[in-house]
Write a protein that binds this ligand. Structure first.
Ligand SMILES: Nc1ncnc2c1ncn2[C@@H]1O[C@H](COP(=O)(O)OP(=O)(O)OP(=O)(O)O)[C@@H](O)[C@H]1O
Length: 991
């Protein structure tokens, strides 16, 4: 077999296969076909090669050497025809190579003929092959055409599919439209159904009314008919009766007439005619009556017929209505069915919704729980970070202001506040702020306190807490902190509520913790600190001294007779009495506060007021002592003097207020920036708040807002300030807690310090005596500074000596307390010397404070010297101690700064208005000082000025400035009595 045929056959097979599998991918099939063809051609080549190997001489054989017979046999047998073209070419090549090898010019005849034969065969094959190729080409062409047509068919199919897709999409669209239309129809049907139901109801009503009408008409007609019938019958009967009577009459008459006729026939022939005429007439009458009866009969008949017709009509109408009712009933039944289906559907839907709603409610509850958790976590984080908490409160419009526009746009639950200027339009008019809480205008005092209470209660656990109200004038600071003037319990502000709460809790814990509570109230007026309580009391001339330091534990056994002769409180009254006392104190303090009417607030506070509650609690079991202080600060309001329209003294006040608030702003800025230097010393206010702003206290600021649109710019700047405050991190607050061992050690340290100080003082004094001063001067000095201190602290002597002694004692106590105060949280400067020193000093301060406080009740007679003489030594000491305490309250931890500050404080306290009388009533924890003799008041500032450089030669820039500043103040303060006396002691202490 010719291998080419084999190839072709295989190709055909391949193409058939391809035809069969044309359903698949065309290009893939073409590829398959190529692979198959290549495989077939390889197979045919191998086949030809084999033939050559079999039929022709081997590679190593030679055509030259082949005998002629073999060659002719090769040619004859047609071996060459069966050999592959490659083999034939090989033969030609071999012969030619042999010829070249042999270098002969002539090829032997037999080889030449073989060569020729082979060449012919090759030529034939080539021509055949080209023919085959041509055929193959045409086959391929036809195949290609087929494929092309197939591809086209596929393309058409794809196009068809796209078309179909389009049609399906359109159909889908149409179905959707149809669905919407059906839904619409359904809706319409539903509406129709409702309308039909209504119509049906109407029809039913109509039918029932018509039925009633019909019944009524029928009844009426039947009645009429019956009546007519009876009438007719009666008439007929009447007529018949009449006719019969007439007939009878006629008969009778006839008879009579006949008789008469007979009788009269003879008598009256003329009358016979007359009678006949009458008879005729009667007959006519009878005919008429008969006609009338007929007519009546006809009439009643026709009426009856009409009624019948009407009845028929009504019946017809009724039937049709009944039919329509039946139809309606059917329709209503089907509607009812539909309704039931719809109802069922809706019930299912509702159930579904209920489930979904439940899930949503669950999710919402979860959300709320998570929110709550988040909030408590946030609070914990805030506690740990010690951020200053900021509560924002918006006051309502006051009476007569309700028509004003508000700047408060939105108050969120989570402390968001959006303010906007309603007078301005544009996109940047809304500003959003976020605080710990925002109280809207309708929030009550109780609500505000509820959110503040936990913080306040932590004072009883030994924390220092500061709450202050900030905001422009008239925005409600005093309202929040104190409440409106002459307020009822309901309107009590944070101050009253806090005190009440602290007392109540301390009472409830008295079985295991002994609490001691003290109250102090001062105001910062024109950069001077004034004791509000003693001031208020001296003005009011209170006849007795009120207990300020209330040892709640010992209240129950407080049964000593008071010097003023007041009844000892009844045991059941203690708690109330003590709370009430303290509340009365606060009222006195508030009354003494500088208040004045301005254009913005008719009771504008012109000072910053600070109410401090000191609490010391001792655990009766463990003896662990907790000490906490609560500062409640009502700042004076910032004001634009052009708006408050103040002049003269009020203007001066406003300038001081604004200056101190701006100093507060600087401190806040420095704290927020974590700046290494915080300028606490720039105002009294910042000194007062220092322990709360920079220490380990828990601090809360109420930022107060006036919603009035005219205050928009103040509101925004207030809010910006508050935002900055809320960013201040103080660090986690620490409880002031001590065990007994530590306390005892600290007591020892304090005593040792005391002893050292006393020794120092003595040495200093002796040194002074040794100087070259003239004798008189030495004497003067001696009289000024008094003899060396006695080792006995509470000794009594004659009045003049007593003053000196008490002055020395005071000075010692001042010394001690000053250092205590450095680190205690009341108004002290902890800036540079916190740490280990703090607890010792705090302890000392508190010990002194509470030790002295037990001896509080002193008669307040108006004679100063008498008063002094009659005092108990400890009471005397309290007076001196308190005197000094007042002046040292705002000292700094740093010696130099402290020194300058003392002078500064002296100046401030110079403003205290308690000096006017000797009958000062010791009313507060740090009551106003007794008036020292004038000669003692003169010197101190000079010595303070001179000695300071000796103590600490290297001064910092700031302290130097402060020193110079304060020195000048000191010299100017020579005229201020109280201040000077304190400065003597202060400067002595520094020596
Ligand atoms: N929450 C409130 N509800 C009702 N009245 C309020 C509220 N807050 C403030 N007021 C009223 O607004 C007025 C001004 O309030 P308040 O005197 O407390 O302001 P202030 O900020 O302390 O002002 P200043 O800084 O001038 O002392 C008062 O008449 C007060 O009673």
């Amino acid at each position: 077999m010719n291998p080419l045929h084999g190839v072709r056959a295989s190709e055909n097979e391949g193409s058939d296969c391809m035809h069969e599998s044309l359903g698949g991918d065309v290009s893939e099939q073409v590829e398959n076909f190529k692979i198959q063809s290549e495989a077939l051609s390889d197979a045919s080549n191998t086949h030809v090669e084999n033939k050559v190997t079999e039929s022709l001489p081997g590679k190593h054989g030679s055509y030259y050497d082949l005998p002629a017979t073999k060659l002719s046999e090769l040619m004859k047998l047609g071996n060459l025809q069966t050999a592959s073209t490659q083999s034939l070419l090989y033969v030609v090549k071999t012969i030619l190579d042999e010829n070249i090898e042999k270098s002969s010019a002539n090829i032997p005849m037999r080889v030449a003929s073989l060569l020729k034969f082979t060449m012919q065969e090759i030529e034939q094959r080539v021509s055949k092959e080209s023919e085959n190729m041509k055929k193959q080409g045409s086959i391929n062409k036809s195949r290609e055409e087929r494929y092309q047509s197939k591809i086209r068919a596929l393309e058409t199919l794809t196009a068809g599919t796209t078309e179909e897709n389009k049609i399906i999409t359109n159909q889908l669209q149409q179905i959707k439209i149809e669905k919407a239309r059906i839904e619409e129809e359904k809706k319409l049907e539903h509406q129709d159904m409702i309308r039909l139901l209504k119509e049906k109801e109407n029809y039913e009503i109509q039918i029932s009314s018509m039925k009633q009408e019909l019944d009524l008409t029928k009844k009426t007609h039947e009645n009429n008919f019956v009546q007519l019938k009876s009438q007719y019958k009666e008439t007929i009967a009447e007529l018949e009766r009449k006719i019969s009577s007439m007939k009878q009459e006629l008969d009778q008459t006839n008879v009579i007439h006949e008789n008469n006729i007979v009788e009269l026939k003879s008598q009256h022939k003329e009358t016979i005619a007359e009678l006949e005429r009458k008879i005729m007439e009667l007959e006519c009458l009878l005919a008429d009556s008969l006609k009338k009866v007929k007519k009546v009969e006809e009439l009643s008949e026709s009426k009856y017929m009409r009624l019948k017709k009407k009845e028929l009509g009504y019946k017809h109408f009724m039937d049709s209505h009944i039919r329509s009712i039946q139809d309606l009933r059917k329709a209503s039944d089907s509607i009812k069915q539909d309704m039931l289906n719809t109802k069922r559907f809706y019930v299912e839907e509702l159930n579904h919704f209920e489930i979904e709603l439940k899930e949503l409610v669950d999710a919402a509850q979860n959300y709320h729980t998570v929110l709550k958790e988040n909030r408590s976590l946030y609070n914990e984080v805030q506690d740990l970070k010690g951020n200053i908490r900021v509560y924002c409160r918006v006051r309502p419009f006051l009476h007569g202001q309700h028509k004003k526009k508000t700047t408060i746009d939105y108050i969120g639950e989570n402390g968001e506040l959006v303010v906007a200027n309603p007078l301005k339009q544009g996109k940047d008019t809304h500003r959003t702020f976020k605080f710990d809480k925002v109280f809207g205008p309708s929030i009550t005092q109780e609500d505000v306190f509820r959110d503040t209470q936990p913080l306040i209660r932590s004072v009883l656990d030994g924390y220092n807490v500061c709450i202050f109200a900030y905001g422009q004038t008239g925005s409600g600071k005093t309202y929040t902190m104190t409440g409106p003037s002459s307020s009822s319990v309901e309107h009590w502000g944070v101050n009253y509520r806090a005190l009440n709460d602290l007392f109540n809790i301390s009472q409830s814990r008295k079985s295991y913790i002994a609490y001691e509570v003290g109250v102090q109230m001062v105001e910062i007026y024109n950069e001077q600190v004034r004791d509000l309580l003693s001031n208020g009391i001296s003005q009011k001339r209170y006849p007795f001294v009120v207990l300020v330091l209330l040892d709640l534990r010992t209240l129950g056994i407080w049964n000593t007779t008071q010097p003023n002769g007041l009844a000892v409180p009844d045991a059941s009254m203690h708690e109330v009495k003590s709370t009430a006392d303290v509340l009365e104190l606060m009222n006195i303090g508030l009354m003494s506060r500088a208040i004045c009417a301005t254009a913005l607030n008719e009771r504008s506070s012109r000072s910053h007021s600070v109410l401090t509650v000191h609490v010391q609690g001792r655990n009766l079991e463990t003896n662990v002592v907790l000490r906490g202080n609560l500062h409640l600060v009502d700042l004076a309001g910032s004001e634009r003097v052009d708006r408050s329209e103040v002049t003269g003294d009020r203007l001066r006040e406003a300038q001081h207020i604004n200056k101190s608030l701006s100093a507060l702003g600087d401190v806040i800025f420095a704290l927020a920036q974590k700046s290494p230097h915080v300028p606490y010393r720039n105002s009294k206010l910042t000194q007062v708040l220092q322990s709360s702003l920079g220490g380990q206290a828990k601090t809360l600021m109420f930022v107060q807002l006036n919603p009035d649109v005219e205050s928009y710019s103040e509101t925004v700047s207030t809010l910006k300030f508050a935002e900055r405050v809320s960013g201040v991190e103080l660090g986690a607050a620490r409880s002031n807690k001590e065990g007994r061992g530590v306390r005892e050690l600290m007591e020892q340290v304090a005593l040792l310090k005391d002893a050292i100080t006393r020794k120092d003082e003595e040495i200093g004094h002796l040194r002074q005596l040794k100087t070259n001063l003239p004798r008189e001067k030495r004497i003067t000095n001696q009289s000024r500074y008094g003899p060396p201190p006695s080792p006995r602290r509470h000794s009594l002597g004659p009045a003049s000596q007593l003053r000196r002694t008490s002055s020395e004692q005071s000075s010692r106590i001042v010394e001690k307390l000053a250092s205590d105060l450095d680190n205690s949280s009341d108004y002290s400067d902890k800036h540079s010397e916190a740490g280990s020193q703090q607890s010792t000093d705090e302890l000392k301060h508190h010990q002194e404070f509470f030790r002295q406080s037990r001896l509080t009740v002193v008669n307040g007679d108006h004679n100063g010297s008498k008063e002094l003489e009659s005092r108990s030594p400890v009471a005397d000491q309290i007076l001196n101690h308190n005197d000094d305490m007042d002046l040292l309250r705002f000292e700094d931890g740093d010696d130099d700064e402290r020194l300058s500050d003392i002078s500064d404080s002296v100046l401030s306290m110079g403003g205290t208005e308690t000096d006017g009388s000797n009958s000062i009533v010791e009313y507060t924890m740090f009551p106003g000082p007794p008036k020292p003799p004038p000669e003692i008041l003169e010197k101190p500032s000079v010595s303070a000025k001179l000695r300071r450089p000796l103590q600490k030669p290297v001064l910092t820039g700031s302290s130097r400035t402060s020193l110079n500043k304060n020195s000048s103040k000191v010299s100017s303060s020579k005229k201020t009595n109280t201040g000077s006396s304190t400065t003597v002691r202060s400067s002595k202490r520094r020596q």
